[in-house]
Design a protein around this ligand. Structure first.
Ligand code: NAD
Length: 490
């Protein structure tokens, strides 16, 4: 799909099964980060709209939760089929809103697979029974919460939409999801597909808008019983405060990272360089688990660093709707300026050995747009701001270490704990590192974005609360009720 065959873009809110403009007519502009042209004016959900969406979800809850898992799942299976049918359009919408290259767009397939799995998993909502209290038959019931709110980021929007909404509705909850203001178009497209499937009105409501107003209204809402969020730690803290100030709603958080990769002398250096370079370059570094700190043993640094830099020679930076491009722009001007700020800070503390430029970087680069070249620093002090804070751009620090014990300390000297990786052929060392590194996921001889379909994902420390995944997410959306039944005659 190209701009000559651009689809009609949906930009409205989807509330109680119908599309509508914001109650006060408010919209916000969405700019293509590669061309800087305006793509759409998107509806900005008001407090009233957000309240309406929650009310619709609340009204839909009794009948949706009363359906059998099979009936709920059959809607979901149809949605998975439509997502696959619309893969090209979804990729195109992401490219023009937040700059994801259409080449290598895997989100639709991965989302459809997750949805197909969750379509069958409602059957797993089961409690336990116990005869261990004399005179009693005791049991637990697993029941949905009611209205679940989901707030998602912009970097992998369709995937996060499904990862949150699918298990929530499979468990019998109803949902209000708010897309990111940087990437609202695919969520609105999914709303169209939800309508086409014929989900009962109010089961899934889709809002677009900023954190303030609609995100914050959901976080404070007394009828939202659980809020599942993927985004920055800053917003996570605001949501947790809002939950505390309102109804103490449960929260599930997938937050940011400052992920380390450690390379020992006995590693396959070419593989380590190839994978760790891809980790920080994919999606222009806008990935929560991207390895942004690389620790290389001093004895192999001179060999590793050229191998690493070489991986960026063939990065094709340009219009993300062009299939030959594999490096798009940063999502918007705000992200672009944040990344540029960190590059300037990095120049003051470490040595810039590659990149640092933008759209005007070299001959053949795009002439405009929020582009940032893959950028590499070495020798940056551990306490420098760019070693501590999440940049969310294609910027990596490579530092050296001498001893295993030292590198463990360096790796763990962060408030984040999302993903850590180690490259070594020594199995004992690999397991020592895996045990010692404080991260929700550890890669041995692999790094992010490597994952597994059936493994949990989530963060240690300030990188999150809870775990998500096909075997874990259903649990997140079910309350446990204890029922004590006194049966004297037993
Ligand atoms: P963000 O926190 O700025 O925004 C995320 C969402 O929260 C958006 O929809 C936004 O509108 C909303 N929001 C903002 N303020 C709010 C408020 N006060 N109340 C309620 N909602 C509010 O994050 P982002 O820039 O969209 O995404 C990047 C961040 O997400 C990075 O920190 C990244 O590491 C993290 N992330 C984490 C994971 C993970 O799985 N751990 C995955 C992707 C991204």
């Amino acid at each position: 799909m190209d701009s000559n065959h651009a689809p009609q873009i949906e930009t409205r809110l989807f509330i109680n099964g119908e599309f509508r403009a914001a109650s006060d007519g408010a919209t916000f502009p969405l700019k293509n980060p590669a061309t800087l042209e305006q793509v759409a004016l998107v509806s900005e959900a008001s407090v009233d709209d957000t309240n309406d969406a929650v009310a619709a979800a609340k009204a839909a809850f009794p009948s949706w939760s009363a359906l059998s898992p099979y009936d709920r799942g059959s809607y979901m299976t149809r949605l998975a089929d439509l997502i696959l049918e619309n893969e090209k359009e979804l990729a195109y919408l992401e490219a023009i809103s937040m700059g994801r290259p259409v080449s290598g767009y895997w989100d639709a397939k991965a989302s459809a697979q997750k949805l197909q799995y969750f379509a069958t998993c409602g059957w797993n909502a089961q409690g336990t029974t116990s005869l261990n209290t004399p005179g009693f038959v005791n049991m637990t019931l697993r029941q949905p919460y009611g209205v679940v709110a989901a707030i998602i980021p912009w970097n992998v929007p369709v995937y996060f939409f499904i990862l949150k909404v699918a298990p929530a509705i499979a468990a019998g909850n109803t949902a209000v999801i708010k897309s990111s203001e940087k990437a609202p178009l695919t969520s609105a497209k999914l709303a169209q597909l939800i309508q086409k499937v014929g989900f009962p009105a109010g089961v899934i409501n889709v809002l677009s808008g900023h954190g303030h107003i609609s995100g914050s209204t959901l976080a404070h809402h007394m009828d939202v019983r659980l809020l599942t969020f993927t985004g920055s730690g800053r917003t996570g803290r605001l949501i947790q405060q809002a939950a505390a100030k309102s109804n103490l709603k449960n929260v599930i958080f997938e937050l940011g990272g400052k992920s380390p990769t450690v390379v020992f002398p006995d590693a396959d250096l070419a593989k380590a360089a190839r994978e760790s370079a891809y980790s920080i370059q994919w999606n222009s570094g806008q990935v929560c688990m991207a390895n942004s700190r690389i620790y290389v043993h001093a004895s192999i640094a001179d060999e590793f660093i050229p191998l690493f830099k070489e991986r960026f020679q063939n990065v094709a930076m340009g219009d993300p709707t062009d299939r030959s491009v594999n490096h798009g722009p940063q999502a918007d001007e705000i992200q672009f300026n944040i990344v540029k700020k960190y590059i300037e800070l990095g120049k003051r503390t470490g040595e810039l050995i590659l990149g640092g430029g933008g759209a005007d970087a070299k001959e053949g680069s795009p002439k405009q747009g929020y582009f940032v070249e893959p950028t590499v620093f070495t020798g940056t002090p551990e306490d420098a701001q760019i070693m501590k804070e999440e940049i969310f751009g294609p910027v990596v620090n490579i530092n050296v270490f001498e001893e295993e014990a030292d590198v463990i300390q360096l790796v763990n000297a962060t408030e984040f704990g999302l993903y850590a990786a180690v490259y070594t052929r020594d199995v004992s060392r690999a397991m020592r590192m895996a045990t010692a590194m404080e991260a929700g996921t550890v890669g041995i001889n692999c790094t992010s974005p490597s994952g597994g379909f059936d493994i949990p994902f989530g963060g240690y420390k300030a990188s999150g609360i809870g775990r998500e995944g096909i075997h874990h997410s259903l649990e997140n959306y079910l309350e446990t009720k204890t029922v004590l039944m006194n049966v004297d005659s037993l």
